[in-house]
Design a protein around this ligand. Structure first.
Ligand SMILES: *Cc1c(COP(=O)(O)O)cnc(C)c1O
Length: 467
């Protein structure tokens, strides 16, 4: 298996090089050059595998045999040994129609752990095996940063710098990042919002000379390995729901996905391209609803940034959108590049009717606004005692809106409510914090405040990477 860019100027890249490249050097995003197409029999042969073994089967298609099987197995098992649930990503029934796929049992209590604990081990492996210096650079709306830091803190040959928007992440999210005292970790708290952070990261990665000189590596979902790891739980959830309801192997099983960067939902799309029988992918957003507008009207146009109850989805420019665009355009790299160039110039993309029809065959979308999010948390807490976090609540609300009366949906529960007590408190609900989160408030913190300019970021970055 090799990887190539959505813009067509980079191809024949191996697995480890794709992992290290992050953003493709032509400014596009890397995608697998062929996607395995699994038959029903092949799928069924995986039904009883553990999460870890399912991941090994899926990765066997994508790693190009560049990592010896035994070593990959060791890494995969080590990555999920820190998860608090034996199933890694267990499925729970919320109602007759809605199943929750709980993705928050990793060390930082959000779904980012599923991919990033593995990526941390992969970076450690690459640093050791190829004697490479790895300087991770990433932007976070809160959860990616904590998870990536947890994955590589204190590891030899690896430094990590994370940009987060100052004052725009939850208290727990901030503490999870800034209480880490290892000297290979730098937290930059940027005056601006997540889009500003992500734009600067993308600029630094697009400067190929700078990127190579400073060994920059990506942990954001521009990195294809993150997407590949996230496909695994779509398969796992399908098996668990159809174990319980075998009749659903013949009916479409929908997935509702709270998304901001189009990363998690793209992983679901990739799973469907691999042959997983997915009904509709329901795209759940908050007030930052440009992706909803794209699915409903074919217009992709970042607009005014909103601060919401679900801060991890406070994103306007969805960096993974380009991957989907590439596929919906029939894997036409020239056309994808044209659209992205015109997006740079005009600030929007409008796709034609025939392409929009394809989008709407695959996706439905719903943007959850304001109180609707809190009302959803309250409703399920009252009716079932289950406490949804505000992101998972967006997924559940979108599922309610978009799924027919007799249909069944898996809604992705992307974070533990303890990470977002700001919203839970507003619901008038008092929650009990897990011990790992409760103890954070007493720890000393470290972070550096910088203004929202590339120069200010680089001025902090260089001495840190070169120390
Ligand atoms: C990151 C995040 C999301 C959005 O994920 P995307 O990769 O942007 O689709 C949703 N919920 C939570 C809790 C997150 O941390």
């Amino acid at each position: 298996m090799q990887y190539h860019s959505t813009r067509g100027h980079v191809s024949g890249v191996g697995f480890i090089d794709a992992f290290l490249m992050g953003l493709a050097t032509d400014g596009g995003l890397l995608v697998p050059s062929t996607i395995p197409s699994l038959s029903t029999e092949q799928l069924e042969a995986w039904r009883n595998l553990s999460f870890q073994d399912l991941m090994l089967e899926i990765f066997s298609y994508y790693t190009n045999e560049e990592i010896p099987e035994a070593e990959l197995k060791e890494m995969v098992y080590a990555s999920y040994s820190t998860f608090r649930d034996e199933a890694v990503t267990p499925v729970r029934k919320l109602t007759d129609q809605i199943y929750l796929l709980e993705l928050f049992h990793g060390p930082t209590f959000a779904f980012k752990d599923v991919a990033l604990q593995l990526m941390g081990n992969l970076y450690t492996y690459v640093a050791r095996k190829y004697n490479k210096q790895i300087n991770i650079l990433g932007a976070t709306s809160g959860d990616t940063g904590a998870s990536a830091i947890e994955g590589v803190r204190g590891k030899e040959g690896i430094n990590i710098c994370i940009l987060h928007p100052n004052g725009k992440v939850s208290k727990v999210q901030e503490l999870q990042m800034t209480t880490v005292q290892d000297s290979n970790v730098l937290n930059l708290s940027v005056e601006g919002n997540f889009d500003d952070c992500q734009r600067m990261i993308k600029q630094l990665f697009a400067d190929v000379e700078f990127k190579n000189e400073h060994h920059l590596c990506a942990i954001n979902s521009i990195n294809i390995v993150r997407i590949l790891a996230q496909t695994v739980y779509y398969f796992y959830a399908y098996f668990r729901v159809t174990d319980e309801r075998p009749e659903l192997t013949a009916a479409p099983l929908h997935f509702s996905v709270p998304t901001g960067n189009f990363g998690d939902i793209f992983a679901g799309y990739l799973a469907s391209l691999m042959g997983l029988p997915v009904g509709k992918l329901i795209l759940a957003t908050n007030e930052n609803n440009i992706l909803e507008q794209f699915v409903n009207k074919g217009l992709y146009k970042p607009d005014q940034f909103h601060t919401t109850y679900s801060p991890s989805m406070d994103i306007q420019v969805a960096s993974n959108f380009e991957r989907y665009l590439y596929y919906v355009l029939g894997e036409n790299a020239a056309q994808t590049e044209e659209y992205m160039k015109s997006f740079q110039e005009k600030g929007y993309i409008q796709i034609p009717e025939d392409i929009l029809a394809k989008v709407q065959q695959e996706f439905a979308a719903y943007g959850v606004l304001g109180e609707e999010c809190l009302d959803t948390i309250k409703k399920y807490h009252e009716q079932t005692t289950y406490l949804l976090d505000p992101h998972s609540a967006c997924g559940v609300k979108a599922a309610e809106q978009k799924v027919g009366a007799q249909e069944v949906v898996v809604s992705l529960a992307t974070a533990h409510p303890a990470k977002f007590n700001e919203a839970i408190e507003l619901c008038g609900i008092e929650q009990k914090f897990p011990e790992q989160i409760a103890r954070l408030t007493d720890l000393p913190t470290r972070k550096k405040l910088v203004d929202g300019t590339l120069d200010a970021v680089v001025a902090e970055l260089l001495p840190f990477y070169n120390a």
